[in-house]
Design a protein around this ligand. Structure first.
Ligand code: SF4
Ligand code: SF4
Length: 122
């Protein structure tokens, strides 16, 4: 089961997870041209080896360790992680569209500071 990045990454996006991932499956990295324009980072579900290193590295607890453990308010972002392929404009647009809809549909969560957002997940 892949690890999933969720909405506390929005507004944080510090790439601490990228620095500890042993297989470079989290994108975009800061050195990739896509970084500035992406709202959050995404984990490639087929490349993730479930090592767990990214979870404690994330300062805002944005990463869940499986699809099953991802709260219902964040389930839409599972698909965003799954479709995103760094450098592929079509899949990047699809992932960002999911994130945009998530932001628009969860004004309550977005009003919470990123560091406290995970605690508000339902
Ligand atoms: S669980 Fe391990 S392999 Fe998967 S994204 Fe996190 S650090 Fe990378
Ligand atoms: S460490 Fe957390 S907040 Fe930072 S980029 Fe990774 S998932 Fe996003």
């Amino acid at each position: 089961m892949p690890f999933i990045i969720t909405d506390p990454c929005i507004g944080t996006k510090d790439t601490a997870c990228v620095d500890v991932c042993p297989v470079d499956c989290i994108h975009p990295r800061k050195d990739e041209p896509e970084f500035e324009s992406m709202t959050m980072l995404y984990i490639h579900p087929e490349e993730c080896i479930d090592c767990g290193a990214c979870v404690p590295a994330c300062p805002v607890t944005a990463i869940y360790d499986s699809i099953d453990s991802t709260p219902s308010s964040q389930k839409d972002l599972i698909e965003a992680n799954a479709v995103y392929r760094n450098g592929d404009a079509d899949t990047m647009a699809k992932a960002e569209a999911i994130v945009k809809a998530h932001v628009e549909g969860h004004g309550d969560l977005m009003a919470v500071p990123p560091a406290e957002r995970q605690a508000a997940h339902t």
